[in-house]
Design a protein around this ligand. Structure first.
Ligand code: ASP
Ligand code: MG
Length: 599
């Protein structure tokens, strides 16, 4: 007998008709012989309305009381859903998060799940009941009601699927599935049949918006396949699955995303010495602010610039902290731009960034769009552009990669060897946090760093003082692509003075080819080369939402007196470059810092 978790979002339970339709979905799965657990969100715009109401009464409502209030939205939904199922003559029972023992930490309005006791749910399921659980909420160890952050019902659903060992977690929503990009911005966006957890993680927080990104972290960590479907249509939807089940032949890019409301902060004149970024991001983490991109390029004259982005809403708070941090580390200034957006392309098929970068940069250059900042991960390239051209940028990029052309019929690709380092190291470990008695066995949502890596086979090329204008990056990567050079990291920081540096890393044996190609494109006198570098990476899930990862990584390196010469980040990894000689020691200190064992 199977076990299915079904989650219905707010729009899928907005009124009585929709609640009955959702109830019938659950009953259908039940009649097919499955045990069925349903997670529901608050109806329609209930949560927004409650927030508005609270703000009418208090400008900054105490977060504990906010949770007390917001949790009622889901409590209404579970009761109505249980009634709808009873009305069809099928036994059902509803529970709040507290009643089934979803224990969280005490960070009100953004709590994380510590553990879940399965006893009560399992008993009700064994009795043949459909179990309905309120999403988005839990209770801390002192029985204070907590909520998991906006969109948190997805996380509840995936977490319950994980601890119960469900066959799949079905997410019923008001869209057909996961799209190549936001169909509201790009009309030609297509539905993706299958996408990997990592691709989804890289896309999720970027505005693809279909699911709460913490829920994907969970699904990846516990190996729960997710099936996203429209609640009102019989369509096949999209599957979010492990990498081996998602990779398709010949597809370079799977999706493109836009994070529209970003703000950029830059510390200028930052001394180039160990410990600086630890101090900066330590202060930001302490203030509980979530940083998105972090970019630092090579120093000239003993000074560098460190840029990062935050949600626009957090700009003011972050600026305060950034100014303190600048003073503490002896940086000369802080600049910011409230009107920037991040455009990214993501794909498992991005073996090397060369061709992908060229295509992306060309698409932007063709419309005269300037690239303010670049950062990459193994499966992603992100650029920062001005907000007023961001939508156009997304459209151009989507078209350039032919994401509007059907590609789902392509056969699945078997995993080539090079992905070994990328492979999901966190093998599914489902029941680790399950406790029948409610005793904690460690936080389910604890920081998960699945591995650290040292790559000391690469060289770095830096193009000094490149002009801050459209088309420059396209020209450089054209030449590099033509020379058949494999590019791994690409880093470009924002320019404080109208000029900036552009760095990228290549296999050491291709250094001379790359140097020659770059020199031809931009003039040999502007090309600086570091033949031996060490690239250190921390990879895992929740890299972004756990601001502490960056701090711990930078701190460990600072303690070992290792200087970081370049930083680039994504949702699933933080990469830094150090001197070649520091690589081994850097790897060892990261293994220790993240409690990993060397194999
Ligand atoms: N009702 C909550 C919200 O609107 C949780 C959810 O819908 O997932 O954010
Ligand atoms: Mg929602």
């Amino acid at each position: 007998m199977g076990l299915v978790v079904q989650k219905f979002g707010g729009t899928s339970v907005a009124d009585a008709v929709k609640i009955r339709a959702a109830a019938r979905r659950a009953i259908q799965a039940h009649e097919q012989g499955n045990r069925v657990l349903v997670v529901v969100s608050a109806r329609g715009h209930t949560t927004d309305e409650l927030i508005d109401l609270a703000k009418e009464i208090h400008e900054r409502p105490p977060s504990r009381e906010m949770d007390m209030l917001l949790s009622t939205g889901e409590q209404i939904s579970v009761a109505l859903m249980a009634m709808a199922i009873h009305a069809e003559g099928v036994p059902a029972i509803s529970f709040t998060g507290a009643q089934i023992g979803i224990v969280t930490d005490s960070y009100h309005t953004k709590a994380r799940i510590r553990n879940i006791s399965t006893e009560r749910m399992e008993q009700a399921l064994a009795e043949g009941k459909i179990v309905i659980v309120a999403g988005f909420q839990g209770v801390d160890e002192h029985y204070n009601i907590t909520t998991l952050g906006r969109g948190g019902s997805d996380t509840t659903a995936v977490a319950l699927a994980a601890v119960l060992g469900a066959d799949a977690c079905e997410i019923y929503t008001d869209v057909d599935g996961v799209y190549t990009t936001d169909p509201r911005i790009v009309k030609d966006a297509r539905k993706i049949d299958r996408i990997s957890f990592d691709e989804m993680l890289e896309l999720a927080s970027l505005g693809a918006g279909v699911m709460h990104s913490r829920s994907i972290e969970f699904a990846k960590k516990f190996g729960v396949p997710i099936h996203v479907r429209h609640s009102g249509r019989p369509d096949a939807g999209s599957w979010i699955v492990a990498e081996g089940d998602a990779r398709r032949l010949g597809a370079r890019v799977t999706g493109a995303a836009l994070a529209k409301d970003e703000a950029r902060i830059t510390l200028t004149g930052v001394p180039d010495k160990p410990g600086v970024v630890r101090t900066v991001f330590g202060k930001i983490a302490q203030a509980n602010l979530v940083v998105d991109m972090i970019v630092q390029n090579v120093a000239t004259d003993g000074q560098t610039e460190v840029s990062f982005t935050v949600a626009s809403d957090d700009l003011e708070d972050t600026l305060k902290v950034a100014k303190e941090a600048a003073k503490a580390v002896g940086a000369t200034g802080v600049t910011h731009d409230a009107e920037v957006s991040k455009v990214s392309v993501v794909g498992l098929g991005m073996r090397t960034h060369t061709g992908v970068a060229t295509t992306m940069f060309h698409a932007l250059a063709s419309a005269g769009i300037n690239i303010e900042m670049i950062t990459t991960s193994e499966i992603k390239i992100s650029v920062l552009v001005k907000e007023n051209v961001a939508k156009q940028a997304l459209q151009l990029v989507h078209q350039a990669f032919e994401l509007d052309v059907p590609g789902n019929d392509r056969p699945l690709e078997s995993l080539p060897e090079w992905t070994a380092t990328l492979a999901l190291r966190n093998s599914p470990a489902r029941p680790i946090a399950t406790t029948a008695d409610g005793n904690s066995t460690g936080g389910m949502e604890d920081l998960v760093v699945s591995g650290v890596e040292l790559d000391d086979t690469q060289a770095r090329i830096t193009l000094l003082d490149v002009p801050d204008r459209p088309g420059y990056a396209a020209k450089v990567f054209d030449a590099i692509a033509e020379a058949d050079v494999f590019v791994d990291m690409i880093v470009q920081n924002v320019s404080a003075t109208g000029r900036t540096h552009l760095s990228f890393t290549v296999p050491r044996e291709q250094l001379e080819t790359a140097r020659a190609a770059a020199g031809k494109a931009v003039g040999a006198e502007n090309v600086r080369v570091e033949p031996k570098i060490a690239k250190l990476s921390v990879l895992g899930v929740g890299m972004r939402t756990h601001t502490g990862v960056a701090t711990r990584m930078f701190g460990a390196l600072a303690d070992a007196n290792i200087n970081i010469t370049l930083i680039n980040t994504s949702e699933v990894r933080i990469n830094v470059v150090t001197d070649f000689a520091a690589g081994e020691a850097g790897l060892r200190c990261l293994i220790a810092a993240f409690d990993l064992t060397a194999d």
